[in-house]
Structures are given as C-alpha cells and as structure tokens.
Design a protein around this ligand. Structure first.
Ligand code: CS2
Length: 492
C-alpha cells in the first residue's frame, strides 16, 4: 500500500502513524535542507511534539537547489509523509510514519514564494541543515566569502537569491517593514557554535545589502547554538524493499537511523519556541561543552575511521570498528588527543560517552558507509579534526593519531584508490584542488599541506610537518595503512 494520508488508517495496524490531525497543523517552522538528517532528527522531535497537541509547529521544507527536486516530488506524492526506520543492534526495526512535514517548496521554482513563506507571521523559526560547507566562510580566517559568485549574484538580485543568506535577509527585511517580530534562525549543522556562526555570516552579508537592516538583525534576531546528534546513513534501495516486505508499505524515500538521538539547544528564541523539552530535547544556557565533546569525539572519530578505513578497504563504520586495530586506534585517538582538549561537561561521564560511541558505531544494522563519512572532507576536517590538532600543538600534546589521518587524506585524494587499488567514490567540492595538491607529494612532500584555505598556518609547525613527512613517505612506499597505524599505537 502506498504511503499517503488516505491510507494511514489502514497502515496504522503495522506501524506507528501520526496520532494528530494533520489538517489542523500550522507551519511554525520553515526548514531549509530536507535531507536524511533533518528527517531523522528535528522532524522526528517535532512529530512527537505535534502528538502532544502543540499543533502550531508543523514544518514547511525548503530546497534551495535543483538537486532537491527529487525529494520534493517524492514527498509531495505521499502528502509529505515518510517512514522513519529505527534500526537496533539486535536487528529489530521499528517503523514510524512521520507527519510533521506538511509542505515543501523549491526556491528554484519560485524564490518570492519562499521569501513570503519565511516572512509569514505564522513562521516563528527558520531552521537549517545546509551542511558544514553551506555557511560560506573561509575555514582559516573565518571570514564570509564574498568571492563566491553566488554571493555576488545574491547581492545584485535580492528578490531572487540562490543562497540561504540572501533568503534570510530578504525575509527579515519584509518582516521588519511589516512591523513583525523576526523569526529565530536555528542551525542544526555540525559546526562549532553553529548559531553564532550563522549570525556572523548573515550579518556580513546583510551589512553589504542594507546596513540598517543588519543592525536590526543584530539586535533582534536570536540564533541559538545547538548540538545535534543522530547517525543517519544514506537510504538504500534495500531499505525501500525492506519496508515493503516487512510492513507492506511503499515509500519512495524512507529514512533509516540509529535508536540514539540527542538535541541540546540554547534557550534563545526571537518569537517563541516549541516545547521540544517535552519530547526529549534539552535546553541549556550554554551548549559549548556539549558540542565540542560531540564534534571532537563522534564526528572526528567518524573521520578517523572514514579516511583510514577507506584506504584499508573497509566499507562501513561498523565494519571498520569491528577490526580490533581500528577499534583500538579510535579509542586511543579519543583518549590521547581529543579528550585533553575537552572541557568538563556537567552530568556527563566522558569515559561512558566514549564507550557509548564505540557501541553506536558498532551497530551492525546501520551500515553507515565510509563514502558518506568522507563526503566533503574539505568542509568537515577543518571543523572536526584540525582544531584538536592545533590545540595539542599549542599545548605540546599528542598529535600522531590525527597526523596519520591527514597523511591518509592526502593519499586518498591523490590516488583515489584503496590499498588494493580499488577505486574510491570521492565526492568533495574541492576534489580537483585536493587531487592536484596531493598529486604534488612526490616532488614536494608537504604539497598537500599548502592548501592554505584548509590548513592555514599548520605548515609552519615543525613538530607536525616532520611527523607528517615521515608518515607520508612510508605510506607512499607501502599503502598498507595498518602498518602505520600499528606504529603510531606502539609509540603512544
Ligand atoms: C558524520 C555525521 O558527516 C559525518 O561525517 O560524522 O553525519 C554524523 O553521523 C552525525 O553528526 C551524527 O549525529
């Protein structure tokens, strides 16, 4: 049976379905970037919230790219309903139909309609999952990148922008002119201080557009920082088949995820907020220690397994972490390099947190591909791993575990194959530049580190470059990365 509003009653015997009247749901949240993660996280919490009777907080999805058309078409076809398959380590699969998305717009079709939707007084929050790369800042200087041609386009065409900053500026301008309170801008990306970052980038753009408006934004708009967490692999054809075979439901684009879910949010909102705390989210005065812990351990841990594992020939996170060498390497990286840079987190036992990460990574039902983890490494590593490396360099701490990951990244970008010569599927906005810089390694061993927009001044750090040089020389002689991993472990 097709997943559709009219079929929900019949489907409810096999799985959880929205226990609220979707016709009564108003759009209080406009969300930009409806991918798997939004659908397993914010939309999941919001579905639970709607079930408590708070019907003002439905979600209208927005896609800013032509590539979002498929998601919009698929969801529209099924009245914006989708299945969330929660996969437990013991093989148990729970399936719930999510009803919190109630509309979806593509900005490429009608930019004005998107601006109007954000400016509508019912909209209280514009939330974002635009990926680490979507914030348009220089990874080393942190400055907004006005050299991006889309930014230039948006400055010249304020009523038909391409990027999020153009939309937010146009919609906030409209609200201000109408005498309305602004909406909250709520980032849900894995960027340290994601709210502060969004604010800084939006203000840089808005100042160029309209300095007075920028002052109003600075004074009136709230940008809560948040830590978001739920491992959400890419949906596969097998998930679609499983859904049909096990639950008898035809869903064009379900989402799968792990059971664990966490959302820690700073309680700062411009115009009211959903009571997400009633459905498991946590509101705190300062999210810094939580986000640093999560990004430095979970996301960086993923990158460690992703890059080293890809060269070794592993395909999934659970596959990599079942390899004892990788499990030990990961734990040592966490203990020796990541933990020393973390602050105390009230109420959290870091050792237990690290144990739980290894357990989550080991979930054999999840099959989170290393290709997903390594996707856009050029936007991820500067936020997940390089800050830890820098802090350890400054304090004289341990750096070998992270350094080998960077050497592996160079090899991966240069050769594009694993140690057996099998091609790797590399997707990165900077792929050509990474490939070119890495390709210079045999003439200039530090060539990869000269990508200034990623590594900045790291190339000046002798203790780092000498170790890197040693590792890269060995790796190019013998791509069996496990030999080098053992060497790092032995020297710990
Ligand atoms: C992953 C994240 O993209 C990545 O590299 O580390 O998507 C991770 O799975 C999520 O942040 C989990 O909350």
């Amino acid at each position: 049976m097709k997943l559709k509003q009219e079929n929900l009653k019949s489907l409810s015997a096999q799985m959880g379905t929205p226990a609220y009247d979707r016709n009564q749901v108003k759009v209080g949240i406009v969300h930009v970037g409806v991918g798997g993660f939004h659908r397993s996280h914010e939309a999941y919490y919001t579905d639970k919230l709607l079930a408590t009777g708070s019907l003002d907080w439905g979600i209208c999805g927005i896609g800013l790219r032509e590539a979002d058309r498929k998601m919009r078409d698929t969801l529209k076809e099924q009245d914006y309903l989708y299945s969330l398959l929660v996969k437990h380590p013991d093989g148990k699969v729970e399936n719930h139909v999510m009803g919190s998305l109630v509309d979806f717009m593509l900005s490429v079709d009608d930019p004005r309609a998107v601006i109007d939707r954000m400016a509508n007084p019912e909209t209280k929050i514009v939330s974002l999952t635009i990926t680490e790369g979507g914030y348009n800042f220089h990874p080393v200087t942190g400055a907004f990148r006005f050299d991006n041609p889309d930014v230039q386009h948006d400055l010249a065409n304020p009523d038909k922008p391409r990027l999020i900053f153009g939309y937010l500026t146009a919609a906030l301008q409209k609200r201000r002119a109408a005498g309305l309170a602004p909406f909250t801008v709520q980032s849900c990306d894995n960027v340290p201080h994601n709210g502060d970052m969004t604010k800084r980038m939006l203000l840089a753009f808005a100042r160029r557009q309209d300095a007075e408006l920028a002052e109003w934004i600075e004074a009136e708009v709230r940008f809560p920082n948040a830590m978001v967490d739920r491992i959400t692999p890419v949906t596969t054809p097998a998930d679609i088949e499983l859904l049909e075979a096990k639950f008898g439901v035809i869903d064009g684009w379900p989402v799968t995820c792990e059971p664990f879910c966490q959302w820690v949010i700073e309680d700062q909102f411009s115009d009211g907020r959903p009571a997400w705390e009633n459905v498991g989210a946590q509101f705190v005065p300062d999210v810094t220690p939580y986000e640093k812990m999560k990004i430095s351990l979970l996301n960086a841990g993923h990158s460690v397994l992703g890059l080293l594992g890809s060269i070794q020939g592993h395909e999934t996170i659970d596959g990599a972490v079942r390899d004892p060498l990788f499990a030990a390497y990961l734990r040592n990286f966490m203990d020796l390099e990541a933990t020393p840079v973390l602050d105390e987190v009230e109420g959290i036992d870091l050792d237990a947190y690290k144990d739980s990460l290894i357990e989550r990574f080991s979930n054999p039902s999840i099959k989170d591909s290393l290709a997903r983890i390594c996707l856009e490494s050029s936007a991820k590593l500067p936020k997940f791993l390089l800050p830890t490396l820098r802090e350890n360099l400054a304090s004289g701490g341990h750096i070998a575990y992270a350094t080998l990951v960077i050497a592996a990244w160079c090899y991966y970008s240069d050769k594009g194959v694993n140690r057996h010569g099998v091609a790797l599927d590399i997707v990165d906005d900077m792929k050509a530049e990474l490939h070119q810089a890495a390709g210079g390694t045999s003439e200039d061993v530090l060539s990869f580190l000269r990508i200034e927009s990623i590594f900045g001044e790291l190339i000046e750090e002798r203790s780092f470059t000498s170790l890197y040089e040693e590792m890269i020389t060995d790796l190019y002689k013998n791509p069996d990365i496990s030999v080098l991993m053992r060497k790092v472990q032995d020297q710990k």
